[in-house]
Design a protein. Structure first.
Length: 192
């Protein structure tokens, strides 16, 4: 008997649908872009009936970023290259020095009684400040507090703060050196 030269065809339309659905699935579930930002937990808004505490001026380091990305530190022209060291110096313990923040003693588990700075870094920026400069300033502030925490952690636990794994040790360092950055709403301050 003679064979027919026609071969039966396959309906591939359902295969194309499945391939399309799989492509969409992988595009939706895979990570294409990683969002970047500042890893900081913001405190909840204060209730209206809370009285704002009075803060001694010597305890505040004012950092202002102008619309031209110029930095003012305590009303003097500052430099992004020295900001980290300026913050470290300001937040370090300087007992009985009226040019630096007040110092108080605090009982911290695992550390005992430790001196803590009452210093606060007050950050304010102009609405025209570039995002790049804002992030650079935030990085310098975070880096300064990291250095202070690393130093205290090395003194008490023999390793850097970032290398600690014990939650009690991490909590102790964070209580002794809290990140005290007060950030105000952006304003129009011009190019001062």
């Amino acid at each position: 008997m003679a064979r027919s030269s026609k071969t039966p065809g396959l309906n591939a339309s359902s295969m194309a649908d499945i391939a399309f659905l799989m492509l969409i699935f992988f595009l939706m579930t895979s990570t294409m872009d990683v969002d970047t930002g500042i890893m900081r937990i913001l405190p909840p808004p204060l209730p209206d009936d809370i009285e704002v505490p009075n803060v001694n001026k010597r305890n505040i380091m004012n950092v202002l970023i102008s619309s031209q990305d110029k930095l003012l530190v305590n009303r003097k022209l500052g430099d992004i290259k020295t900001l980290k060291n300026d913050v470290i110096d300001f937040m370090s313990i300087h007992p009985n020095d009226p040019n630096f923040p007040e110092v108080s003693s605090r009982e911290v588990p695992l550390l005992g009684t430790v001196p803590t700075s009452k210093g606060i870094v007050s950050l304010k920026n102009d609405r025209g400040t570039s995002y790049e400069m804002y992030i650079r300033v935030q990085d310098e502030l975070a880096s300064a507090f990291k250095v202070l925490r690393d130093k205290l952690s090395m003194e008490h636990f023999g390793k850097k703060y970032s290398d600690l794994v014990d939650e009690e040790q991490i909590d102790a360092i964070e209580k002794a050196i809290p990140i005290r950055v007060s950030e105000a709403e952006p304003v129009n301050v011009g190019g001062n």
